[in-house]
Write a protein that binds this ligand. Structure first.
Ligand code: ADP
Length: 231
């Protein structure tokens, strides 16, 4: 067992978040507790308004909780300066959204090279890693295509490759297959699972797709501001 495996990839500990609503406060997270371990894929299933986006934003260090702590691979982040959090996010956390958000004027390959170069990798090394990732996801023949020249499923697979380009510990996905037909959703989910197993990262996937959720390692929901395990 490597040293890093002693810690969860991500641990939300006693996380609290509320929004002001006029005079009162809207409590969204009230001491939420969630640990994601390396190689694990966890489905987050909850009705609209329950706080999924809030949880994902806090997990992704995009938003600070009002209380509690977010540990990334054992490192506490609450006391970090913004620049430090940004660096940690860039290297350790990948995001996949419902809509791919690929840059339309760049090729699939360039879209994946970019975050690596922003993180400081040399162009040649970024290109090599991007080619490997695209090949691994079955997109070896699509590297020079722009997003508009790719199918919806291919676009999402490129978005997954981009999300893991910097070798993050944690992958956060918000309805990654929400915009796809069932068969394509299945292919995209397989690609995601393949990457999680191959790299040992941990994935938290917000989804309404119960078939896909059933194939993940665990399922959780949000109830009264807490993370609750589902059977
Ligand atoms: P979900 O993603 O599960 O639909 P959200 O995390 O987006 O839920 O939102 C949870 C609740 O918090 C909702 O009732 C929403 O209206 C409220 N909320 C979210 N963001 C804000 C904000 N910036 N200011 C005030 N209320 C917010």
């Amino acid at each position: 067992m490597s040293g890093a495996d002693e810690y969860p990839s991500l641990w939300l500990h006693q996380v609290r978040r509320s929004y002001k609503q006029g005079e009162s406060a809207l409590d969204i997270l009230c001491g939420a507790e969630l640990a994601l371990w390396p190689g694990e894929t966890v489905a987050l299933i909850a009705p609209s308004g329950a706080g999924k986006s809030t949880l994902l934003h806090i997990a992704g260090l995009l938003e600070k909780p009002d209380g509690g702590e977010v540990y990334v691979a054992g490192v506490p982040t609450a006391g970090m300066e913004d620049a430090q959090r940004t660096t940690l996010r860039r290297h350790q956390i990948g995001f996949v959204y419902q809509f791919h958000h690929l840059l339309p004027e760049f090729t699939a390959l360039e879209n994946i090279m970019m975050p690596q170069m922003i993180a400081g990798l040399a162009k040649g090394a970024a290109r090599q890693r991007s080619e490997e990732l695209l090949g691994y996801l079955g997109l070896g023949k699509r590297m020079e295509h722009r997003p508009a020249e790719l199918s919806g499923g291919e676009q999402q697979r490129v978005a997954i490759a981009r999300a893991v380009a910097n070798g993050p510990r944690v992958l956060l996905a918000d309805e990654p297959t929400g915009n796809l037909d069932p068969r394509t959703a299945d292919h995209v989910f397989q690609a995601l699972s393949q990457i999680v197993r191959a790299t040992g990262l941990a994935a938290l996937v917000a989804t309404h797709n119960l078939d896909l959720a059933a194939r993940m390692d665990r399922r959780v929901t949000l109830r009264d501001g807490l993370v609750v395990e589902l059977p």
